[in-house]
Design a protein around this ligand. Structure first.
Ligand SMILES: NC(=O)c1ccc[n+]([C@@H]2O[C@H](COP(=O)([O-])OP(=O)(O)OC[C@H]3O[C@@H](n4cnc5c(N)ncnc54)[C@H](OP(=O)(O)O)[C@@H]3O)[C@@H](O)[C@H]2O)c1
Length: 264
């Protein structure tokens, strides 16, 4: 018997639910990570919130508690292996089963051409944006594989698809994160774990402040963008929800570009 339109709508809506699931979001204290954590909580998930600063994370945890969901704060530095291990150890010790991992924290401390790029700055970017995601995924995905289900969402960038001047380290890190996502999709897919990436365009957050201050660069971005505007963090969170939930159950190894059409 075919389902009625109303019933089909309800079934589809339920696929975006994260009720009964627990998500770990890095860089959850502000910007895109905070929006993702709140969107997940609104859809019924409990959260583990991580970034370097506990105070800012506690404020997000309070917002999540007001939504009736549980949020645990575990500060960690994604550029440091000992710190990532401490985060994963605590999750194991408290027997928290992570269903969704969002590798969102990243750094972009330098703007310099390749010939002027300080090797220390290069390492800092690669350590945090690529190696950090690899190390945390390596620890967290083990439990997902044991349970035979899980979703990994890596927040990359359009810079991982198209290189911008002075952004070599950052763009290379995001290209590597996209390829790490694909490797995970191939290796973990058969074990019930999906891995996908999001490639945001320009989004209004603290990380992008320098790009907003560069008036000529900002005008060029907006005027060449088919939607003629920059993005907001909750527009990235919506994409993360699709990839993390059963709505994205047949989406694996994908790079979802959320940029108003700027890279077309
Ligand atoms: N905004 C954009 O236009 C844009 C475009 C494309 C991609 N993205 C990507 O979106 C993601 C989120 O960035 P955002 O724009 O939301 O930036 P944001 O507002 O500056 O937030 C960055 C978050 O990462 C945390 N963080 C920074 N360094 C960290 C470290 N070493 N270890 C752990 N946590 C760290 C920060 O918290 P603490 O200070 O407490 O550590 C904060 O929670 C990043 O992967 C970024 O590359 C952003």
């Amino acid at each position: 018997m075919p389902l009625g339109v109303e019933t089909r709508f309800l079934v589809l809506r339920d696929r975006f639910s994260l009720a009964g699931r627990t998500a770990l979001v890095t860089g959850a204290s502000r910007g895109i990570g905070r929006s993702i954590a709140i969107a997940f909580a609104e859809q019924g998930a409990d959260l583990v919130l991580s970034s370097r600063k506990a105070d800012a994370l506690e404020a997000v945890a309070t917002e999540i508690a007001a939504l009736g969901r549980r949020a645990i704060v575990i500060p960690a530095h994604v550029g440091r292996e000992d710190s990532i291990d401490a985060l994963a150890d605590r999750i194991e010790r408290e027997a928290i089963a992570i269903d969704v991992l969002v590798n969102n924290a990243a750094v972009n401390p330098v703007m310099a051409g390749v010939l002027d790029l300080d090797p220390g700055a290069w390492r800092k970017v690669i350590d945090a944006n690529v190696t950090g995601s690899f190390l945390l995924t390596r620890r967290i995905a083990r439990g997902m594989v044991e349970r035979g289900r899980g979703a990994i969402v890596n927040v990359a960038s359009v810079g991982g698809l198209r290189v911008g001047p002075g952004l070599a380290a950052y763009d290379v890190s995001k290209a590597a994160l996209i390829h790490l996502t694909r490797a995970l999709a191939v290796e973990l897919g058969p074990r019930g774990v999906r891995a996908n990436a999001i490639a945001p365009g320009l989004v209004e957050t603290r990380m992008a402040e320098a790009l907003f201050r560069n008036e000529a660069g900002y005008r060029a971005y907006v005027s060449s963008n088919p939607l003629r505007r920059h993005g907001q963090p909750d527009e990235i969170a919506a994409a993360a929800l699709f990839l993390a939930s059963d709505a994205g159950s047949y989406t694996n190894g994908e790079v979802l570009v959320v940029d108003g059409g700027s890279v077309i």
